[in-house]
Design a protein around this ligand. Structure first.
Ligand code: GAR
Length: 218
């Protein structure tokens, strides 16, 4: 049947209907969040950021969300009597968004087991080191202290252990003789801002397949 221009597109013809629902969790400055927002607004990722969730009221990531018209939920860690009650509230806030993908962008807490299980294979993190080297806090400081000549960043799926899930992408940068933690962090961050939106794009295009520890890029 011929359909005129005024006809409302069917779900499967509506490009908006194909977009993945993305939520971002952030605790701080949010420069990776911004890199993803920029890629979304350029149309290079088939997705929509439906919400920013932060555990830190007033962090700069929440300002970035407001400037971009992304709704914000603050689940203030300090206002809960225990990690369990915080995690329960966080899980509820996440489930309400019905996300296809959860992006940790400088979210500085370890997600609890219930959350990781609820969104299995759908949570991504970026870490400023070439995992499995230097997990945890101050990865760049650890790299300088160890004397490595190459550092970098890793985008990975999140599992129940810290910084240990299947690796999606890694980028390396040199460690130069006069580097301090700030200089190295800046060089790595530059790569993070390229890597993370690309990993999100691959996910939204359905090009990431997890096979055990291995992530195949289709
Ligand atoms: C980034 O360097 C990110 O890799 C790191 O925190 C920074 C957040 O910066 N994340 C971790 O260390 C997680 N283990 P941003 O808030 O400007 O995106």
């Amino acid at each position: 049947m011929k359909r005129d221009k005024a006809t409302v597109p069917r779900q499967d013809e509506d490009p908006g209907a194909m977009k993945k629902r993305i939520i971002v969790l952030a605790s701080g400055r949010g420069s990776n969040f911004q890199a993803i927002l920029d890629a979304l607004s350029k149309g290079s990722i088939q997705g929509t950021c439906v919400r920013l969730i932060s555990d830190v009221p007033g962090c700069y990531a929440t300002d970035r969300a407001k400037y971009s018209g992304v709704p914000v939920t603050v689940v203030d860690y300090r206002s809960f009597p225990s990690k369990e009650t915080y995690e329960k509230a966080l899980l509820f806030a996440m489930q309400e968004c019905r996300p296809d993908l959860v992006v940790l962008a400088g979210y500085m807490r370890i997600l609890g087991r219930d959350i990781v299980r609820s969104f299995h294979g759908k949570i991504m993190n970026i870490h400023p080191a070439l995992l499995p080297s230097f997990p945890g806090l101050h990865a760049q400081r650890q790299a300088i202290g160890y004397g490595v000549k190459v550092a970098g960043c890793t985008v990975h799926f999140v599992d129940e252990m810290m910084d240990s899930g299947p690796i999606i992408l890694q980028k390396c940068v040199p460690v130069l003789p006069d580097d301090d933690e700030d200089l190295l962090s800046e060089r790595i961050l530059h790569e993070e801002h390229r890597c993370y939106p690309y990993a999100v794009k691959l996910f939204c295009d359905g090009r990431l397949k997890i096979e055990g520890r291995i992530v195949r890029v289709l």
